[in-house]
Design a protein around this ligand. Structure first.
Ligand code: PRP
Length: 195
């Protein structure tokens, strides 16, 4: 594909979305969150637990913003499928690679919306006997909360819009946008029509 064709393709993806947090705004907030987590855990030896798929980009950036010894592991969870509403039924799609017994765990999430996924995850992790568990969420949408979970490290509180980018998807698309934006209803309708 030529450079011009590539630019047109990239612009058409970005046209589906109104920017909410720019790449620069996110980078600044991630640096602050990294410093905050490091200050809260002076002893280090953390496990960053990245909840897939949505948090993969956030976790990669956050890990590099924490100047401490840590390890990173991944847990695949899904509750939305191809929909914009949570099904409320959380599925583990892939499990941790190592036990977390006795570990200080920081869960890294892209968004807490209804809170159902995180409530499920907290219950699940408790059975594995970590020393402590904290939550770091890039986005919180409190207007839709069905269960309130304690978020120790929070990036941004957002209004009730369907957001995509920086790891967040609609029907598996838009995760690669470098910013977080509000998906235009026209783009949702087009995807619903199979386009
Ligand atoms: C998203 C997001 C959270 C969850 C939050 O995951 O990554 O895990 O929804 O929603 P809740 O607070 O209403 O439960 P999704 O199920 O879309 O899977 P994904 O991470 O693979 O995109």
């Amino acid at each position: 594909m030529s450079d011009a064709a590539f630019q047109r393709r990239a612009a058409s993806i970005e046209d589906d979305v109104d920017v909410l947090y720019s790449q620069e705004a996110i980078a600044q907030r991630v640096r602050e969150l990294g410093a905050e987590i490091a200050a809260a855990h002076p002893g280090g030896d953390l496990v960053l637990l990245s909840v897939l798929k949505g948090s993969f980009i956030f976790a990669a950036d956050l890990a590099r913003a924490i100047p401490l010894p840590l390890r990173i592991d991944f847990l695949g969870l899904s509750s939305y499928g191809g929909k914009t509403e949570s099904s409320g039924v959380v599925k583990i799609t892939s499990d941790l690679t190592r036990p977390i017994e006795g570990a200080h765990v920081v869960i890294v999430e892209d968004i807490i919306d209804t809170g159902l996924t995180m409530a499920y995850l907290l219950d699940n992790l408790a059975t594995r006997h970590p020393a402590s568990v904290e939550i770091c969420a890039l986005l919180e949408k409190p207007s839709r909360a069905q269960i309130r979970v304690p978020i120790q490290h929070k990036g941004f509180v957002i209004p009730d819009h369907f957001v995509v980018g920086y790891g967040l998807d609609f029907d598996e698309r838009y995760r690669n946008l470098p910013f977080v934006g509000i998906l235009k209803p026209s783009a949702q309708r087009a995807a619903g029509n199979g386009s």
